[in-house]
Design a protein around this ligand. Structure first.
Ligand code: PLP
Length: 454
């Protein structure tokens, strides 16, 4: 059989073809419009290429690691080859392991369960909850205050590590690109600081991997975690890749078939288990072969499209959105590291006099634009950036923050390799129009969300 890989047919500067690019949605004001998906940071649309690859493979789908049949063997090969593709995509070291998980959250929880006894964990309060929260029950955690420059991030980490017990194991967890500000973190410098103090480092690349090449070797990180659904492969898989030793020495993440090499009854009536030492140790149960295969397909598609082209195109979109928003005085873009910080296509902002939920609902209902509003699973960071206590939620429909007052949540626009220029142009003019003319419709709150009143 041959699993076709649809050739990338885009010209150098065109967006990569994604599913949903022809979907139209109704507007409350009448008529339909092509949906502008500008919430890539939550979940990106599937690449057409990924969809085609999965569709071509689907008839050949079979059980992995167990079956003697042809399709089982083929599926096992594809599953194992997917590990190799991911290892190449991440430029892993030869002895690194690639474990398939469900998501970044799952990957980081797995690593938290694999920490050696007495491990100290260092994490900035600015992290997404997926990298902020898994460590508390597994280790002694030091939460580091939000830095206001990349340099300050490195200095803060260095100070914290200098105070630690130098003989015990330690792990630093850091994001590559913020899911709130889109700003890039100084990963290489943080890795150097961690290693200089005998600590290891895991990179949360959930927002970085879809936008920039990630090299484990170049950044010198010990592990990388990312999610398929943010990397144009929404089939329920994620990745944890990196050093094998802690993973090999840890108890399996889940106990069950696939993770166990040999199981026998013991004389005392119990059961003795020999666990695998490979990545399979943490992949008990039937693996998500389509999820893994789709991630590998996305890795190939992005690599073949060329990172220089993808990054340049995205930078053009970032510039357009930032310039457009800068022309609206009522808009304030949220930033930790300042205007000049390098960033990916993730931009959060507040609009003076507007409830963010109201604004996002109007973008959807009146312009067919899908963005996100709220605190983006990074409550401490958004709280710092807004300078507010977001325990208090604003009322939908009514202006939440009068001029001069602080907003209680934010709006996030995010985009990537599949975004056409028209989507960001429509977004920029919609923001301008809403601020100048107000919403054309009325809105109400339903189950805590702002929705059109009719
Ligand atoms: N890390 C970052 C920076 C994220 O933005 C997200 C999701 O938005 C996650 C981790 C969690 O990803 P997932 O929900 O796929 O587990």
């Amino acid at each position: 059989m041959s699993v076709s890989t649809a050739a990338a047919d885009q010209s150098v500067c065109a967006p990569l073809p994604v599913l949903g690019r022809n979907v139209t949605v109704p507007l409350v004001t009448g008529g339909e419009v092509a949906y502008a998906a500008l919430d890539y940071a939550a979940s990106a649309p599937a690449l057409q290429r990924v969809w085609d690859d999965v569709a071509a493979y689907a008839p050949y789908y079979g059980s992995v690691h167990r079956g003697a049949g042809y399709l089982s063997q083929l599926s096992t090969d594809l599953f194992e080859n997917a590990r190799t593709t991911v290892a190449e995509f991440l430029d892993c070291r030869a002895d690194d392991q690639v474990v398939f998980t469900r998501s970044t959250t799952d990957s980081l929880n797995l690593l938290a369960r694999a920490l050696p006894a007495g491990c100290q964990v260092f994490v900035f309060e600015t992290e997404h909850h997926a990298s902020l929260l898994p460590w508390q029950d597994a280790a002694q955690v030091t939460y580091l205050n939000a830095p206001r420059t990349p340099r300050q991030a490195v200095e803060t980490l260095e100070r914290a590590l200098a105070d630690r017990d130098p003989y015990g194991p330690a792990l630093v967890c850091v994001t590559g690109a913020s899911n709130v500000t889109g700003e890039l973190w100084p990963v290489r410098e943080l890795a150097a600081a961690a290693h200089a103090h005998g600590a290891r480092i895991v990179l949360d690349a959930a927002q970085l991997a879809p936008h920039h090449p990630v090299s484990v070797r170049d950044l010198d990180v010990d592990w990388v975690a990312f999610s398929g659904h943010k990397l144009y492969a929404p089939f329920g898989s994620g990745v944890l890749a990196g050093r094998a030793d802690w993973l090999r020495e840890a108890e399996p993440y889940l106990a069950g078939g696939g993770a166990s090499r040999k199981v026998s009854r013991r004389e005392d009536g119990g059961v003795a288990v020999e666990w695998h030492e490979s990545a399979a140790r943490h992949e008990a149960g039937s693996p998500n072969v389509i999820g893994a295969y789709s991630i590998a397909s996305a890795c190939k598609a992005l690599t073949e499209a060329g990172w220089d082209t993808l990054v340049a195109r995205e930078q053009h979109l970032i510039d357009r959105v930032r310039e457009g928003l800068a022309e609206v005085p009522e808009v304030r873009i949220l930033s930790l590291f300042g205007d000049d910080a390098p960033r990916v296509g993730v931009i959060s902002f507040v609009v003076e006099g507007w409830n963010s939920s109201h604004f996002a609902a109007a973008l959807s209902a009146e312009y067919g634009i899908g963005v996100r509003d709220g605190l983006f699973c990074a409550h401490p960071l958004v709280r710092t950036l807004l300078g507010s206590d977001p325990q208090t939620q604003g009322e939908c429909g009514a202006p939440e923050a009068a001029p001069g007052e602080k907003s209680l949540n934010a709006i996030r626009v995010s985009f990537g390799a599949g975004t056409p220029d028209e989507h960001v142009e429509r977004f920029v003019s919609a923001v301008r129009e809403l601020v100048t003319d107000g919403a054309k419709w009325t809105y109400r709150t339903e189950d805590g969300r702002c929705v059109p009143a009719v």
